[in-house]
Design a protein around this ligand. Structure first.
Ligand code: UDX
Length: 423
């Protein structure tokens, strides 16, 4: 099938790479000139495992353009995958979608199925449908098809989804979308068709639930520290109950990234407008916002509130491993706090880049550092040998991702602090 994908961010490019991989012809539209020129040369500026490889492998099936009309010439399926950031007041900024919808309406000549991958407020599908109907007489359907991919495993998540949500009231559109995803070989239980509003809600509800799980375990971790329990045992104990499950129970310095912080705030705001206070999700947000301060205070307690001129080796900048994305990264918030208290920073991340403080290796970060701070659980850090850790001047490790929680580092002469075991 011939498909137009609008937006070359994480979601858009994953669609491009994967839809081409399953046999479709793609025109990808990106208005950022620099990004577009790089893509034309085969350069993908975001780090996502296998993405660049897949785009290169399928390059005969993919073209890039800045003009939506180029994408619509002979395609009757058009994906929208543009950003929907949260505004200062908590509202979702859907301007980019309106702009795109306006262009689509101007340029469609035949029946077109518009598949919306962007996360939008509930009821948005209907709103944008009306907006387009005022601008074109050509028939179209808008399908809400939220994306659940995780950065760091986006390609695999797209090609092997646990579920596919298709929100549409149009039979014709549903048939076409099912054809489009047929190569994924999903079984009937994995394909969930529903109305547009529900499909939009599923995305917010899923992300908020996962955020709740993380904030919940972070609260329990605090209680572990006060009571002499060990969060690792609690996690294991919980995970064997299939009603709870084993995932998203890692205590740490909290969730970051482009989705959880944004979507939790958005759903709280959406509910508020309808007169409902989502108290659980509000708490999850608050706990998360305090989590960095909680961790920072561990450092301050160790140094008796004076970290002036102490050098901290910060390992990990990205908001999670296997991505170079720094959006809402807890590491950046912590660096700010440390610096404003007079500390010196030497930060290392295998993929993410910041302007100041960055060094090129773990060795360089640790050399001459007083203490080590783990902010992202990259595999490389988990494998650090004891000799390297023992080079720290104050022999102190603050592990914000609990990667060494089971190693009994105190027995080897290190002072080890984590989340959820001892204060
Ligand atoms: C998330 C959702 O998982 C995905 O389905 C949705 O499409 C987009 O948002 P992503 O933001 O890429 O994906 O990463 P995810 O792996 O969910 O992690 C989000 C944040 O939560 C990270 O900062 C991570 O460190 C943190 N986290 C995750 C924890 O603190 N503890 C956990 O147990 C799991």
């Amino acid at each position: 099938m011939k498909i137009c994908v609008i937006g070359a961010g994480y979601v858009g490019l994953t669609c491009v790479a994967c839809l081409a991989e399953i046999g479709h012809q793609i025109v990808c539209i990106e208005k950022d000139e620099k990004k577009l020129n790089n893509l034309k040369k085969g350069i993908v500026s975001i780090f996502e495992p296998n993405m660049e490889e897949l785009i290169l492998k399928n390059k005969s099936k993919i073209t890039f353009s800045s003009e939506i009309k180029d994408g619509l010439i002979d395609s009757n399926i058009c994906y929208i995958a543009v950003g929907t950031p949260t505004l200062e007041n908590g509202e979702v900024d859907t301007n980019a979608i309106f702009e795109v919808a306006n262009e689509i309406a101007k340029n469609i000549k035949n029946y077109t199925i518009i598949i919306n991958k962007s996360t939008v407020p509930i009821g948005f599908n209907k709103k944008i449908t009306n907006f387009m109907k005022e601008r074109t007489k050509t028939p179209f359907d808008i399908v809400s098809n939220p994306e659940f991919l995780r950065q760091g495993s986006a390609i695999n998540d797209f090609l092997n989804p646990e579920r596919l949500i298709i929100g549409t009231s149009s039979k014709k559109a549903l048939e076409e979308v099912l054809k489009l995803y047929k190569p994924l070989n999903l079984n009937d239980n994995q394909i969930l068709t529903m109305d547009e509003n529900s499909a939009e809600m599923v995305k917010y509800a899923a992300n908020s639930f996962l955020a709740l799980k993380i904030s919940y375990i972070n609260e329990i971790a605090k209680l572990c520290e006060k009571t002499g329990a060990n969060i690792e045992h609690i996690k294991l104990g919980l995970s064997k109950d299939s009603r709870i499950g084993e995932k998203f129970l890692n205590a740490g310095i909290g969730f970051g990234g482009s989705c959880f912080p944004k979507d939790t705030k958005a759903i709280v705001n959406i509910a508020k407008e309808k007169g409902i206070e989502l108290e659980t999700i509000k708490s999850a947000i608050e706990i998360n916002e305090n989590q960095i301060e909680y961790f920072f205070q561990k450092i301050m307690r160790f140094y008796k509130n004076n970290i002036k001129n102490k050098t901290f080796a910060i390992l990990g900048l990205a908001f999670k491993p296997n991505t170079n994305d720094l959006r809402e990264a807890p590491s950046l918030k912590l660096i700010k706090k440390l610096e404003s208290n007079g500390a010196k920073i030497k930060a290392y991340d295998p993929k993410a880049k910041i302007e100041n403080h960055q060094v090129e290796s773990v060795k360089e970060a640790i050399n001459e550092a007083n203490a080590l701070v783990i902010t992202t659980e990259w595999q490389e850090f988990k494998e650090l040998p004891l000799e390297t850790l023992l080079k720290l001047k104050d022999k102190a490790i603050f592990d914000g991702r609990n990667i060494f929680i089971n190693k009994n580092l105190n027995e080897y002469g290190l002072q080890y602090f984590c989340i959820g075991k001892n204060e």
